[in-house]
Design a protein around this ligand. Sequence first.
Ligand code: AMP
Length: 392
Amino acid sequence: MKILSVNAGSSSLKFQMYEMPEEQVLISGVFERIGIDGSFYTIKYNEEKIKKEIELKNHKEAFNILIKELKDYGVVENLNDIKGVGHRVVQGGSYFDKTVVVDDEVIAKIDELSSLAPLHNPAAITGIKASQEVMPSALQTVVFDTAFHQTMAEETYLYALPREWAEKYKIRRYGAHGTSHKYVSARANEILGRVNTKLITCHIGNGASISAVKDGKCINTSMGLTPNAGLIMGSRCGDIDATIVPYIMNTLKLKPSEIDTILNKESGLLGISGISSDSRDIEDGINKGNEDCILAQKMYVRRIVDYIAKYYVELGGCDAIVFTAGVGENSISTRREVLDGLEVLGVIVDEEANNVREKETKITKEESKIPAYIIPTDEELMIARDTYNLCI
Ligand code: AMP
């Protein structure tokens, strides 16, 4: 069965087509600069990558070209071969705790939640509507980044703010990266060979979050109402004293949009190092003895260790720590420093095994009290799996 996994941004459309249940990637690609001058798309098929420049006025045009390419490549014979299309949606609020089939009510709720994800939810709706128009016979589903975290208890997801804010203004912890945490925790359970497990999953990319997962269910996660909370990230500050915000707004006469930009785009590794949000550049800086990069990395690692320690206590132990996403899969030094910081819990890193990138690997020694693994994430596959399960 052919299932398409889709991630629509305001000017982009990423796709991956799967043969299910074999979980085989048939073709993938991305349309970029949709509705902007200089639009183009790239397609990956059989290890070959092609790039074509073409005017793309909107997402519907992108889907139409996609269908044509799928036919030209012989991936599908006709439209009806595509049985399901799964759309990634960033914010599902308290409405959605699982992947659902799209209907008018679902779209209305995604739209209602746009105030919580102003860049992402409207773009997802554009993608869903275009996909419905171009592929009316396919089952359209929505996979929410927040759904996996809906199992958190009230005392975990509420903030200690005026009680009615949660109800009236939807202010609570939702988390993010749920599709990734779900994927890697399921894979960790496969590796461990059981489902009753206590896992700490670290999705550390440009955006970063950590989840505590008990028996396959999320009990806590580091991101909050928005992805700004929790860990120090590439350019997001993570947890700070909330009163810094009104204080600095007053002092520098900043507008809400300006402070928002600073907290999300000019803080984190970038803010501290003054050099870059990319951990590769920070590593380069450290190798050259740059003090600001050394400090940024210390703070970055400290925060990850703190969250793992907190979740270790909350879970009442830990059967495995998982690293995933750009930094988690690639940064040998960050993983080593985090695991070294957990020595008091009996974690012993295996330097040789850890000397690897983007490969599923156990990176702790046999005698380590908690094993740690790299598990490359695959959010697209998770979307395809959920969509396939709703198709059969
Ligand atoms: P993601 O958001 O998961 O795509 O992760 C992107 C981030 O991963 C980049 O901004 C880098 O900080 C980090 N990254 C990617 N490759 C490497 C690498 N080889 N070494 C260290 N960090 C990396």
